[in-house]
Design a protein around this ligand. Sequence first.
Ligand SMILES: Cc1cc2nc3c(=O)[nH]c(=O)nc-3n(C[C@H](O)[C@H](O)[C@H](O)COP(=O)(O)O)c2cc1C
Length: 492
Amino acid sequence: MKPAQPVAEESPLQDLRSWLEQVRQMGKLREVQGASWNLEVGALTDLNAKAHKWTLLFDEIEGYPPGYRVLTGSMLDSTRVALTLSFSPDLDDQQLVQTLRRRLSGAQTSLDRFPPHALSTAPFLENRCEGSEVDMTQFPAMKWHEQDGGRYLGTLDAVITRDPDSGWVNVGTYRLMVHDQRRLGIHMNVSHHGLLHAEKYWAKGEACPVAISLGHHPVIGLVAGMEVPAEICEYDYLGSLLERRFPVVMGPVTGLPIPADSEIVVEGHITQERKKEGPYGEFVGYYAGGEMPSPVIQVEAVYFRENPIVLGTASGRPPYDYSYYRCPFRAAMLWNALQAAGLRGVRGVWCHEPGYSRALTVVSMKPAYKGHAEQTGFLASQLPEGAFGGKYVVVVDDDIDPTNKDEVLWAICSRTDPALDIEFIRNSWGMNLDPMVQKEPGAGLNELRMSRAIINACRPFERTLRGDFPEVVEPSPQTKERVLSKWGKILT
Ligand SMILES: Cc1cc2nc3c(=O)[nH]c(=O)nc-3n(C[C@H](O)[C@H](O)[C@H](O)COP(=O)(O)O)c2cc1C
């Protein structure tokens, strides 16, 4: 992160509350009073997500004071993702991918142009509890799924840490379980940057300073939950993506930059103490992680706005509350990576929700030579942007919309011979949460294996060249236009 530069205090603050007002005006907000923290908020969030419906604002949650609210369903569709990123609201899935591609490739080249700017104060500082005054159990923490091992306060949170050597600030989304008034359990996977930072402090015998925002404009969740490369600060990345500097306030205890619009902020230290955390309903759709000894955060201070809003979400059997937004993001990142690798001919990429944006990727393209489709599939399955948790890559012709499951399945059914058109890669990278992962007894997390299947569902290249693949049965564009202009009302 670049050193903070002074900026006019009156610069407008885009916050969660103004975002919520915009969702209300779109007619997509539902307010729910009186639901219980014990499974009701979680189950409603899940049922709502299956239909990609409402943004849900829970208030008067049983056992918590009125005004202590939880928000879910923040990014269930392209309209709300576009709103969050200040893009045009009527982009469809592939237009969203294209817009994100442009912004992401710009973001990587202009990281130093939009460093965060530090404000001297923020609304969250209006209520401050320090030391023995801290009580994390006052904030609404949900038991989201039936077999969860505890109540979770942080789900779509932003966990801020700093590399003690280089000063690189990272913002990651890691779940937080409430242990007691002053202790939270944090789950950070190996290779995730928050853990890398913590391990450096622990190696010196120190606890790792941490600041956490529990509610904020959802745009922070968009980048904190995606794989922004190491050594790049998510605030810089976000600034370049949005082409404006992101307002932060330095934490009084840790000196870490905290989103200025935050609703609830925790400051403390990630200690080497371990306490059981989990199981938790994971994003693959299973309780796959089990119960684990996880690091404990000792909370030193908590700050919050009046009537604070926790930005929440829940995973589970897809589609779930945050499965949609990761699809256009991962698709855009992968498409850019394919292009950067020198591949030509790609017309569309989509990472599907049932594959939790990782296990089922579809690339549509115009093959230019024999083997071009296979090359595309192999690359998409192995480039870092698509490799982790990957399983199936389907390559389709450019007349197939990669977001449309019917079209993709039809291409698989009608343009493949299974024994000829499916290639396998054995011994590829495995993901621990995958219940089918290949794992020797006692193997570490970096020893897991999973194969990949590349399905070439493009018409056979040589038959396309010779023109002997049968024509598709459908009205021509001219017929379609003529009939729709005359009879279109019948179909509305
Ligand atoms: C809602 C949500 C919850 C997540 N929970 C966790 C978690 O508990 N632990 C974890 O290691 N990663 C979790 N992730 C994934 C990480 O946030 C993601 O991989 C991110 O890139 C990590 O940031 P980092 O690369 O800066 O470490 C979650 C992602 C989302 C969107």
